[in-house]
Design a protein around this ligand. Structure first.
Ligand SMILES: NC(=O)c1ccc[n+]([C@@H]2O[C@H](COP(=O)([O-])OP(=O)(O)OC[C@H]3O[C@@H](n4cnc5c(N)ncnc54)[C@H](O)[C@@H]3O)[C@@H](O)[C@H]2O)c1
Length: 442
């Protein structure tokens, strides 16, 4: 089988609602890489390799040389924000990247000015931006569609993908207006307040057939109405919440403990962070959205109901505190109470001094590139193979999410192999020994 993926010809527009810390770190990073100043470390599409065929074949190309991804040279960035700052100013404010580095790419960054946001203060009460669109939800969606089309024309883009890097919206659960496309479109007309701003961007993108990835824990595309629209317009979607920092560590460590059948009866996670994300999460309604996204991870990996002796009593607690002096340099502590042979107790402590947006930016890049490729490959709807990048992966209804990062990687790699007509790798490995045995016998 040969690949049926259309080639990545022409320019790819990556449009980002929310030009804050993550988005500006992504854009500045790609500019720096294009100028040869830096390397795209942490990006699996750019730096990662993939094994193909049998181990004895020694085939391990870079992923970007294996599948037809857009070249970084062909990417054009744009976006929306409730603040007017251009990307240079926003990146300086975010204080993630060094001012010297930003100065070297100042012209490119200054040229990217946010379009007016589709915003509703009730979804992020700690934000007071005024660079916003006016109108009903339907009018906002139409304005976003116009923005996208204008951007595409003005920049000569062949393709567009949207990645939500906007603030975490307040917590709410899907309801009737989200239950079907017809009801959702009726809700847009009626300016139904249960349709959040991120859903408006997602609707606009999907309606036009452009892929959408959600980097925040909001529902956004994780509702039947937008899944239906994605299927209708044959468009890929992925969500939700970039898997960085503490949750990344959790999904690396928990599978290891479970693999060794070690018990866990407590996992206390606390974070301090001082960026605008932290400010938004200081509101209990916005924190609730994040908490729900983070909490599911351990249960999904340890499956207490299937193994009550080891995980039945687990106490899992998550805290996020806004602490301005730390800026984007989030600090997290985990105290993990585990037990081993005959129930003897042990403890693990993790103190991760991480840089949140440094971990998130390459994820946003990879999601954009893979979603663009998925569209060219004719894949539509939920792209579960991109769970690898997400804290709370979207799955088909009734399907339990896979949060173990190693299984997620196998799924991602096998999807790429499948798309390119390569053999899937099961890691069984018996065939090597059977051949050896045959050699000996013969
Ligand atoms: N930093 C990380 O590592 C990380 C990890 C996982 C998820 N996230 C999520 O990604 C998102 C972005 O994080 P960040 O650190 O860049 O936050 P940030 O606060 O620096 O940036 C978010 C930006 O979105 C803008 N915004 C809010 N609502 C908007 C709307 N309706 N339309 C357009 N713009 C809007 C805000 O004005 C702000 O500039 C957050 O939801 C965060 O929870 C971040």
């Amino acid at each position: 089988m040969k690949s049926n993926i259309k080639p990545a010809e022409g320019k790819l527009g990556i449009l980002i609602p929310g030009l804050g810390a993550v988005a500006t770190t992504l854009i500045a990073g790609v500019e720096a890489v294009r100028k040869g100043i830096s390397q795209p470390i942490g990006s699996v599409t750019q730096m990662g390799t993939i094994r193909l065929g049998k181990r004895t074949e020694n085939r391990r190309p870079k992923i970007k040389n294996f599948v037809p991804l857009a070249n970084l040279k062909d990417i054009v960035f744009g976006g929306w924000d409730v603040y007017e700052d251009n990307v240079y100013e926003a990146a300086m404010n975010a204080q993630v990247l060094d001012a010297n580095l930003l100065f070297k790419i100042k012209n490119e960054l200054e040229a990217i000015k946010p379009m007016r946001a589709a915003f509703d203060h009730n979804y992020a009460k700690n934000l007071t931006g005024t660079h916003v669109k006016q109108g009903t939800r339907l009018e906002l969606a139409q304005q976003v569609m116009e923005d996208i089309q204008n951007f595409k024309e003005q920049n000569g883009c062949e393709r567009i993908v949207l990645v939500w890097c906007g603030s975490t919206e307040v917590y709410f659960e899907a309801s009737d207006v989200h239950s079907s496309l017809a009801k959702f479109e009726e809700g847009l007309k009626n300016d139904d307040k249960l349709i959040s701003p991120s859903m408006i961007y997602a609707y606009a993108a999907l309606k036009l057939g452009y892929g959408f990835a959600n980097g925040a824990p909001n529902l956004t595309v994780d509702i039947p109405a937008l899944i239906e629209l994605a299927k209708l317009t044959k468009t890929p979607i992925a969500g939700k919440d970039f898997k960085t920092g503490q949750t990344l560590m959790k999904t690396i460590l928990a599978p290891g403990l479970a693999a060794r059948s070690l018990g866990v009866n407590g996992w206390f996670s606390t974070n301090i962070l001082g960026n605008r994300d932290g400010l938004v999460l200081d509101d209990p309604d916005n924190f609730k959205t994040k908490e729900v996204s983070k909490l599911g991870v351990l249960e999904d990996i340890l499956r207490p109901e299937e193994n009550p002796d080891l995980y039945g009593d687990i106490y899992h607690k998550i805290r996020i505190n806004y602490y301005p002096p730390h800026g984007d340099n989030k600090e997290s502590w985990d105290n993990i109470d585990i037990f081993g042979w005959l129930g003897y107790k042990m403890q693990i402590k993790i103190n991760f001094l991480c840089r949140d947006s440094i971990l998130a930016a390459p994820i946003a890049l990879d999601l954009a590139l893979f979603i663009d490729m998925a569209k060219r490959a004719g894949m539509s709807g939920i792209q579960e193979w991109l769970s690898f990048y997400l804290k709370s992966p979207q799955t088909a209804s009734g399907l339990q999410a896979e949060n173990d990062i190693f299984k997620q990687l196998i799924k991602l790699e096998n999807t790429l192999r499948h798309l390119m007509g390569e053999d899937l790798i099961t890691h069984l490995g018996l065939d090597y020994y059977e051949e050896l045995v045959e050699d000996v016998v013969s």
